[in-house]
Design a binder for this molecule. Sequence first.
Ligand code: IPE
Length: 259
Amino acid sequence: MMLVKLGGSVITDKSRYRTFRPEAVHRLAKEMAGSGQRLLVVHGAGSYGHVIAKKYDLHMGRKRPGQEKGVAHVSWDVRELDTLVIEALVHEGLDAVSLVPGSCTMLSDGKLTSVDLDKFRRYYDMGVTPVTFGDVALDDRREFGICSGDQMMEALAREFRPERAIFVTDVDGVFSCDPHLDTECHLIDEIDQSTLSSLPRSERCDDVTGSIYAKIEYMLGIASFAKECLIINGNVPGRLAAALRGELPLCSRVRGGKV
Ligand code: IPE
């Protein structure tokens, strides 16, 4: 079984509020449907989530009156995005069903502490592809917070022990520095604990759920529940299909603990 996260930077235009990328999503859906693999799919929120979540500081939980507007707005927006993703998946031949974090998870101080995994298991066992996404969720200490797609990836990897966990992004993988600024920059094909300390700490981040460093930490954690964890470029046709066939496309990889 393969666990796939379609990152918000691939399925939306992150620079423009609520801008879906239908061609990219349909192509990726086709690559997944054509793989013949059993799948679990997570998707990010992109410009359907981060812009308003940041405006209302939803990732910090209850800080001031009026944040409920943000809770409602983001919840609505990410459901709209999810409907578009599900539509593409079903249209391309995957029997996909959405499981909504806002109603099947609980956070505690921003950490994901409970997920109704039994529902994922039941859909999976009946031959359906469960789909979930980054969402606003309840937090038992902060009232509410953001449950990211990466947190869902970790919870699902822990439960389902996938062969591969694949992060589909808009870059080829993790680079040693910013390739736009430095020509010496190279793709790091194998990531491990030491990668975190080797990267320059200069990256600016507009996301409420963190930067590439947070992503690497999730990947390291997830890899302990999988055979390996890959970060690939979903804007290049065929890379996801190759990763799902068990090949190693251009990517960064974390070798995992589980066979
Ligand atoms: C973010 O989820 C969720 C919200 C902001 C509501 P992710 O962190 O998984 O989304 P992307 O992939 O970065 O867009």
